[in-house]
Design a protein around this ligand. Structure first.
Ligand SMILES: N[C@@H](CCC(=O)N[C@@H](CS)C(=O)NCC(=O)O)C(=O)O
Length: 296
């Protein structure tokens, strides 16, 4: 298949706006994703010319939804130019691809598909020779979808803390949001597989890929952002550390799952460092997101 590249092949970008230059704080991980650290295009910037036959992912470096799509593209080894979009000053041309103006949007041969839970299925359909994200067998497939729905409590838990901090709500409200995130971890622990690191067995799949970006952000939030922005609540989250998150005492299976997920090439290829995520989150919570933080 012409768009497939081996995971070890680091494909050069031919597009003017795209760059492979990784900030020095990130170890280079070879992958099919080109320009993951490229600057974000904003209103007034021209759309980079698409390279014929080459996939594009419209993204934002720190977006967990966009990371879902990036993980799947890396797993499949699809040569993809990442086009980062400034979400507070979106280029006009972006709305023609995605009227909601959200990221991610996947585009190939002039066909754009958005929504992070739908893109993986589309990729499975158009790249039948690449490793599948969703299983073909109907029951297993349905169960994976159900699992993603159930695990969305982690997304909600993370977003709840984010909103509470951004809304400058009282310590009591932030505490309540932390409580919900902890309850989400408890629920997810019950859903994790026994004796298998991944949610649906020994190999990672849809549920793992759709959930990882939010667990990683919850980690950053609880260990690096919240204690700094709300020192009055530092004691409420001091049980959490980046190493061994969320903690094998209460969440044995989830902790083993995260450790295994962090080793996957497709996850390593799509991630931003915790340091950069924390720095970005602070600017976002303050109301002035610095999308290009650490790039230049
Ligand atoms: N339901 C969408 C949500 C995507 C989303 O909200 N992305 C955020 C960035 S993390 C975004 O594009 N925000 C800009 C906006 O909503 O205008 C999906 O799953 O793809």
């Amino acid at each position: 298949m012409r768009l497939l590249v081996r995971a070890s092949a680091w494909a050069p970008s031919t597009s003017r706006c795209l760059s492979n230059a990784a900030p020095t704080h990130l170890a280079m991980v070879s992958s099919s994703l080109v320009g993951i650290h490229s600057p974000h295009l904003k209103n007034g910037d021209p759309e980079p010319a698409p390279v014929a036959g080459r996939a594009r992912l419209f993204s934002m470096r720190f977006c967990p939804f966009a990371q879902r799509a990036a993980i799947c593209l890396a797993k499949k080894g699809i040569l993809t130019d990442i086009v980062n979009v400034n979400l507070v000053a979106k280029p006009d041309w972006y709305f023609a691809k995605n009227p909601k103006g959200t990221v991610p949007t996947f585009e190939l041969d002039g066909k754009a598909v958005f929504e992070s839970l739908i893109v993986p299925e589309y990729l499975d359909g158009i790249f039948p020779d690449a490793p599948p994200i969703l299983p073909a067998e109907p029951y297993t497939r349905a169960r994976q979808r159900i699992l993603v729905e159930q695990l969305s409590v982690i997304k909600d838990g993370y977003v709840g803390i984010f909103m509470a901090l951004k809304g400058k709500t009282s310590d009591e409200d932030v505490k309540a949001a932390i409580g919900k995130a902890i309850a989400a971890l408890d629920e997810s622990e019950k859903l994790a597989a026994n004796n298998a690191p991944f949610f649906y067995g020994t190999a990672p799949g849809y549920a793992d890929y759709m959930t990882y970006p939010f667990v990683d952000r919850l980690l950053v939030m609880l260990t690096e952002v919240l204690p700094v922005l709300r020192p009055t609540l530092a004691a409420d989250v001091k049980q959490f550390t980046a190493a061994g998150f969320p903690g094998s005492g209460s969440w044995t299976k989830l902790t083993a799952w995260l450790e295994a997920a962090q080793q996957l090439d497709e996850i390593r290829a799509s991630r931003q460092s915790h340091e950069m995520q924390a720095a970005f989150l602070k600017t976002y919570i303050a109301g002035a997101p610095e999308y290009d933080i650490g790039v230049r």
